[in-house]
Design a protein around this ligand. Structure first.
Ligand code: FMN
Length: 373
């Protein structure tokens, strides 16, 4: 559109944007990123922008459509372990090259105690996708770390309804303002990106630890208690297809991203995090220095040097990972014994904790959303 006409239309108070199309690729475990995507679409419609929302759940191939006119591509996803959720990272890595404008919106875990709001922390949840997309030829038009209610139920009870509603209504206003700036100026960057950058980078050893080790451990911490009635909602709605039914019970594969959807939608609240299993596993990990001691003795026999040093590190971690795999196998077998299953159930904190799904989100919504892809 002619820039003079645009200038006059903007000054006459009309919502006008150079963007003709908004394409959103969304991954959302418990509905926060989905909610943010819907708010973005509401705003885009006020500007007469054509919108499409794609779920990337269980994506196999990416068909990038050709759009007429200026296009904004948005990636909306949760922050997992101070990084973008791995499913979204994989998606972005496979995303075809192009030249459109990009918006990165990562939902984070916000909290509210009494009257105080606490933000989440992005880590490299924006930096890494940004780098991948810049290398693919795109330009970054918007960055928004977005604090929705935290859904990490393995760590803390779900927030109360009033805390959730307070956070959600604040965020809705924030997103509308941000979208106005983005659609009107084709640029909008939240100050939070720059404010938290030193902390986001300082935490990168934890980010690496979670990405290469922690997430597999959490994937294996889920189990179904005796309340499970084999309804298979969890299996059918898992975004990474990581739940397999074995002997009428769900089992979680290492590809599980702990997105919390299954735990949030289970109608019998039968899915739990086995806290009494995680504690011995953390203990095993703390044995790495012990393993290092054992292999230091072995080193005397295999000699010194960088290669041998690397072999030692590899063996230390191999030893620990092997122990964890054996521990998980034993845990799965023990769960079949009724009273042991009950023991894990009653010692799982999630049994006593509130669950979380974004307001207005449920199985139906996830299904409708998935079908749009
Ligand atoms: C496994 C896991 C890891 C998380 N890691 C972080 C994190 O590093 N930083 C953060 O701010 N929030 C973290 N959270 C909270 C979620 O990012 C946050 O609640 C998000 O809004 C969930 O969005 P969704 O409902 O679209 O999945 C984590 C949640 C889970 C389940």
């Amino acid at each position: 559109m002619n820039s003079i006409i645009l200038y006059y239309m903007k000054n006459s108070g009309q919502n006008i944007s150079e963007y003709k199309n908004l394409i959103i690729y969304c991954f959302s475990g418990t509905g926060n990123a989905l909610k943010a995507s819907e708010w973005l679409i509401e705003k885009a419609k006020e500007y007469g922008i054509n919108t499409v929302l794609y779920s990337i759940d269980r994506f196999e191939k990416i068909d990038k459509e050709k759009q007429d006119g200026k296009t904004l591509i948005a990636f909306c996803y949760p922050t997992h372990g101070f990084n973008a959720a791995p499913l979204m990272l994989k998606f972005i890595l496979k995303f075809p090259r192009g030249h459109a404008d990009i918006l990165l919106l990562n939902t984070r875990g916000g909290l509210k105690f009494k009257k105080i709001y606490f933000p989440g922390l992005s880590g490299i949840a924006q930096l890494l996708p940004m780098l991948f997309l810049l290398l693919k030829g795109y330009s970054i038009a918007g960055l928004l770390p977005f604090d929705m209610p935290s859904n990490w139920i393995s760590f803390h009870p779900g927030l109360t309804d009033s805390a959730v509603n307070d956070i959600v209504s604040r965020r809705q206003k924030q997103l509308y303002n941000f979208a106005d700036r983005l659609f009107a100026n084709q640029r909008a960057f939240s100050y939070k990106v720059f404010l938290y950058l030193p902390l986001d980078l300082a935490i990168s050893p934890v980010t690496a630890g979670y990405y290469f080790c922690g997430r597999y451990m959490f994937a294996k911490s889920f189990y179904a208690s005796s309340e499970c009635n084999d309804c298979r909602l969890c299996e059918n709605n898992c975004p990474t297809n990581s739940i397999k039914i074995v002997n009428n019970r769900p089992f979680w594969a290492y590809t599980c991203e702990s997105c919390m959807r299954c735990i949030g939608i289970c109608p019998n609240k039968s899915i739990q995090t086995a806290h009494t299993f995680i504690i011995p596993v953390i203990y095993l990990i703390s044995l790495v220095p012990f393993a290092a001691g054992v292999f230091n003795v072995l080193k005397i026999y295999i000699g010194e040097g960088i290669i041998n040093g690397l072999i030692t590190v590899f063996l230390n971690w191999g030893f620990t990972v092997a122990l964890i795999i054996i521990a998980y196998r034993m845990f799965s077998l023990l769960l079949k014994i009724k009273f042991i299953n009950k023991f894990f159930e009653y010692t799982s904190l999630t049994r006593y904790w509130r669950r979380y799904l974004a307001p207005g989100t449920g199985v139906k919504k996830f299904r409708m959303f998935h079908n749009k892809a």
